[in-house]
Design a protein around this ligand. Structure first.
Ligand code: ATP
Ligand code: MG
Length: 271
């Protein structure tokens, strides 16, 4: 291991996840070409980028669903890249995943959906009645009462997202990943989801990693913002830091969205 690798292998109090030199191609298409990314413990980390920039691929790598061609992903100082499925299974309870379209099982009730991860992983420790109890408590914590017996198709999009979140937190993960949680929602529903992410981050003290291309949400809730562009992270820091002197693609992204007003570009100021 290199000197830099040694340092990264130390558990960092500030950063729960540290990614170095991550590369991944599909056929001849290189999607990630050396991603360096630090994600802050207990905070809301936004990873932004255009459609097709490789955000979902990055997320799949972070949770160990796919493997990179090169690079390291340190989670609490441990590189998860070399781990096989068996070893990854030991870490997976650390991760909770909230999918873009909630990804609930249509044939199961709300309650059964939320019980599902516990039935899969805690069958030996908990009875079905206890599992139901935990599921109900999570639903209640998210303000979902009285819909336990409903099916996903009977809920609004926003409610389905909440149920998806209840299912993601039922195993009490340390890190919660959200892939485009506000895509396809109107501005009010978007704000509700943002508040839900903030509420969960505070209540559960989790590290949140939110993949998004919604600039308004990004700068509303992000403690740390990183932009993925052409296979690399081109800006990273607090919203204030990244907006102070954004690289051109970030500037364009932010200005096109109209969500945040930027000061004039530095070249213009100098002229
Ligand atoms: N399993 C795969 N096989 C082949 N190509 C893939 C695969 N997964 C992703 N890609 C390609 O990688 C690129 C990045 O995809 P990705 O889904 O990560 O984009 P994204 O940033 O999440 O976009 P969006 O904002 O639209 O969700 C795309 O060109 C996609 O076609
Ligand atoms: Mg995606």
């Amino acid at each position: 291991m290199t000197v830099a690798g040694d340092a990264l292998a130390q558990r960092s109090e500030r950063f729960q996840i540290r990614v170095r030199g991550l590369e991944r191609s599909f056929g001849s298409q290189q999607v990630l070409g050396g991603v360096d990314l630090d994600l802050e413990r207990g905070r809301i980390n936004l990873v932004i980028g255009g459609s097709g920039a490789g955000k979902s691929v990055l997320l799949k790598l972070l949770i160990g669903l796919i493997k990179p061609d090169a690079g390291q992903i340190y989670v609490d100082g441990e590189d998860i890249v070399p781990l096989d499925d068996f070893a990854l299974n030991r870490l997976r309870p650390k991760f909770g995943m909230v999918f873009q379209y909630a990804a609930l099982f249509d044939s199961m009730t709300v309650e059964e959906n939320v019980m599902f991860p516990l039935l899969e992983h805690r069958r030996r420790q908990l009875s079905r009645a206890q599992i139901r109890e935990v599921a109900r408590a999570k639903l209640e914590a998210l303000g979902l009462v009285g819909i336990e017996r409903k099916f996903p198709a009977e809920l609004s999009g926003g409610m389905r997202k909440r149920v998806g979140l209840a299912r993601a937190i039922v195993m009490e993960p340390e890190i919660l990943f959200y892939d485009e949680p506000t895509t396809g929602l109107d501005p009010v529903a978007t704000k509700n989801v943002d508040e839900m992410i903030q509420e969960i981050a505070e209540k559960l003290k989790v590290t949140s990693v939110v993949i998004s291309h919604d600039m308004a949400s990004t700068f509303r809730i992000g403690h740390r913002v990183s932009m993925l562009y052409k296979g690399q992270i081109i800006a990273s820091g607090s919203p204030h830091e990244v907006l102070a002197d954004p690289p051109a693609p970030l500037r364009e992204f932010v200005e096109t969205s109209g969500a945040v007003t930027l000061p004039p570009a530095r070249e213009l100021v100098q002229r």
